[in-house]
Design a binder for this molecule. Structure first.
Ligand SMILES: Cc1cc2nc3c(=O)[nH]c(=O)nc-3n(C[C@H](O)[C@H](O)[C@H](O)COP(=O)(O)OP(=O)(O)OC[C@H]3O[C@@H](n4cnc5c(N)ncnc54)[C@H](O)[C@@H]3O)c2cc1C
Length: 440
C-alpha cells in the first residue's frame, strides 16, 4: 500500500511539473492580436518542453522515485513519453503554419530571424535524437556513441528551445514569469550536477573490488565483488546495478548487470556476465583486486515484491542471472513454496549454472524443465523454444496456474514469444513480470 501511495505521489509531481508552463499561458496576459490557434500552439510547445526537461529527472535514477515502479518501468515511460512530448513540440510550429501559412518562410534558416533559427535548431536536434534512439540498432550506432550523442542532443535541444523562447519574448517578461523560468532552469542545472558530480563522488567513496573471477558454462564469467569499506549492498534478489570497471567513477562507460548471488549474502554480491560484445568479452581478463564502482540496486523484477503461494521462472541463456539470485535466496530462506524453472538454451553444454540448479532441487521444492535448441543424442527433455504447448504441459493446472507469479528474462525474441505464449495459455498480464536486458 505504501508503494501504491508513493507511486501516486510521484505521478502527481510529474503532472504538476509537466503542466506548470500552462500557468504562464492561462494566467499571463494574452498579447493582443494572437489567435486561439497560436496560443494553443504555445501551450503545446511549452508543455512538450517541460516534459523534455523532466526526461533528465526520469533518468537520474533517484532511488525514491524509482522504488515504487522499478527503474525498468521508468525507463520505458521515458521512451514512450518522449514520443508524446516530441509530438506536442511538433504541433507548435504546425499550428502556427496552419494559422498563418506565410510563417512557413521562417523555415528558411538563411533569411529567418534568430528566434526562428534557434527554434528550428532545437527541433532538428530533437528529431535526430528520436531517429538515433528508435533506429539505433538498424543504423548500427554503437551503444556508447549513442549514449553520448543522446545526452548532447537533449541538452542542445533544450538550450536552443530556451533561446527561442527568450527571443520570442512572450511569457518571459513579467517578474513572476522570469522567476518560473529561472526555477526550471536552475532545476535542470542541479539535476546535471547531481548526475555528473554528486553520484560519481558517492560512488568514489564506496568502491568495490573483485574478490574472485569464476568461469561458468556458456561463455560466462562470475565476478564476486567485495565492498572495500565492508558495507553490504542491500539488494533484493532479481535486482541489478550499473557497473563501472576499468574507469573512474566519473567515466561515461557503465553497464547494467543483475546480481546473480543470494541477497542473503550481501557482503559478497556477484554478477555473471556473458560475452556478447566489446565489454562483456573482456571478463576473463579481470584480475582479482580490480576496482569496481557500482550504482544500484535498481529494478522491480523480484519475487520479494509479490506475495504468492509459488513462482514460475521462464528464462533463456544469461537471462537466468536474476532468477538464479531469486532461487539462491529462496534456498537460503528454506522456502517451501513450489517453484518451476523453464530454462531455454542453445545446447546442453551452454546451460549456465547447470550443476548448481541440479543441487538447488535438493534444497527447494523446485521443478526444472530444460529446453534445448540442439538436443544431444538420447535427450528426453524438451526441444526447440518455449511454446504454448510446452507451457500447457508443465505449468500447474487448474486454479493453481492463476495463483503463481511469473518471471520472464531472456533474449528479446524469446521474451516476446514467451509473453505471447503465456497469454495464449490464459495467464493474465498482471501476473507476468519481465526484465529486458536491452535498455535501448
Ligand atoms: C537490467 C539489465 C540487466 C542485465 N543483466 C545482465 C547480466 O546479468 N548478465 C549479462 O551478461 N548481461 C546483462 N545485461 C546485458 C548487458 O548489460 C549487456 O550485454 C552489456 O552492457 C553489453 O555490453 P558490450 O559492450 O559487451 O556489448 P555491445 O556489443 O556494445 O552491446 C550489445 C548490446 O548491449 C546493450 N548495451 C551495450 N552497452 C550497454 C550499456 N552500457 N548499458 C546498457 N546496455 C548496453 C545494447 O543494447 C547493445 O546493442 C543486462 C542488461 C540490463 C538492461
Amino acid at each position: 500500500m505504501k508503494r501504491f501511495f508513493a507511486g501516486v505521489f510521484w505521478i502527481g509531481v510529474y503532472l504538476v511539473f509537466s503542466l506548470s508552463p500552462l500557468v504562464l499561458v492561462l494566467v499571463g496576459e494574452t498579447p493582443p492580436g494572437r489567435s486561439f490557434l497560436v496560443e494553443l500552439s504555445v501551450a503545446f510547445g511549452l508543455v512538450g518542453l517541460a516534459m523534455l526537461g523532466l526526461q533528465f529527472a526520469l533518468t537520474a535514477r533517484f532511488q525514491r522515485v524509482t522504488a515504487p515502479f522499478g527503474i525498468d518501468i521508468i525507463l520505458q515511460f521515458h521512451r514512450q513519453i518522449s514520443l508524446f512530448a516530441v509530438g506536442l513540440i511538433l504541433l507548435h510550429p504546425i499550428l502556427i503554419f496552419i494559422d498563418d501559412p506565410s510563417q512557413l518562410a521562417l523555415l528558411n534558416p538563411i533569411d529567418a530571424p534568430w528566434r526562428a533559427r534557434l527554434g528550428l535548431a532545437g527541433l532538428l536536434a530533437l528529431l535526430t535524437l528520436v531517429v538515433l534512439s528508435v533506429w539505433r540498432e538498424k543504423l548500427s550506432v554503437d551503444y556508447e556513441v549513442w549514449k553520448m550523442s543522446h545526452a548532447a542532443l537533449a541538452v542542445a535541444a533544450i538550450a536552443f528551445s530556451l533561446g527561442h523562447i527568450i527571443l520570442v519574448a512572450y511569457y518571459v517578461t513579467l517578474p513572476w514569469q522570469q522567476a518560473l523560468w529561472a526555477f526550471m532552469s536552475v532545476g535542470a542545472v542541479v539535476l546535471l550536477i547531481y548526475i555528473r558530480l554528486w553520484k560519481p563522488v558517492r560512488m568514489a567513496r564506496r568502491p568495490y573490488q573483485v574478490a574472485e573471477v569464476k568461469e561458468e558454462r556458456g561463455d560466462a564469467y562470475t565476478l564476486v565483488l567485495e565492498p572495500s569499506d565492508g558495507k553490504a549492498v542491500d539488494f533484493r534478489p532479481g535486482q541489478f546495478a550499473w557497473i563501472k570497471l576499468w574507469t573512474s567513477p566519473f567515466g561515461i562507460e557503465e553497464h547494467p548487470f543483475s546480481f546473480s548471488s543470494s541477497a542473503r549474502d550481501p557482503e559478497r554480491p556477484s554478477i555473471t556476465v556473458k560475452a556478447l560484445g566489446d565489454f562483456t568479452s573482456e571478463m576473463e581478463h579481470v584480475e582479482p583486486g580490480t576496482r569496481v564502482y557500482l550504482d544500484g540496486p535498481y529494478g522491480a523484477f523480484s519475487n520479494e515484491r509479490h506475495e504468492a503461494p509459488g513462482f514460475v521462472f521462464i528464462t533463456g541463456g544469461v537471462g537466468v542471472t536474476p532468477v538464479m539470485s531469486m532461487l539462491r535466496t529462496l534456498a537460503d530462506w528454506d522456502d517451501p513454496r513450489p517453484l518451476l524453472l523453464i530454462y531455454g538454451n542453445p545446447t546442453w553444454e551452454e546451460v549456465i549454472f547447470r550443476e548448481e540448479i541440479e543441487d538447488l532441487q535438493e534444497r527447494l521444492n523446485l521443478t526444472v524443465v530444460h529446453i534445448l535448441e540442439e538436443a544431444p543424442e538420447g535427450w528426453e527433455g524438451e526441444e526447440g523454444f518455449v511454446t504454448p504447448e510446452i507451457l500447457e504441459k508443465h505449468l500447474p493446472s487448474g486454479e493453481q496456474r492463476y495463483r503463481r507469479e511469473y518471471f520472464v528474462c531472456g533474449p528479446a525474441p524469446m521474451m516476446d514469444a514467451v509473453e505471447d505464449a503465456l497469454s495464449e495459455v490464459g495467464i493474465p498480464h498482471r501476473l507476468v513480470h519481465t526484465e529486458r536486458f536491452e535498455l535501448v
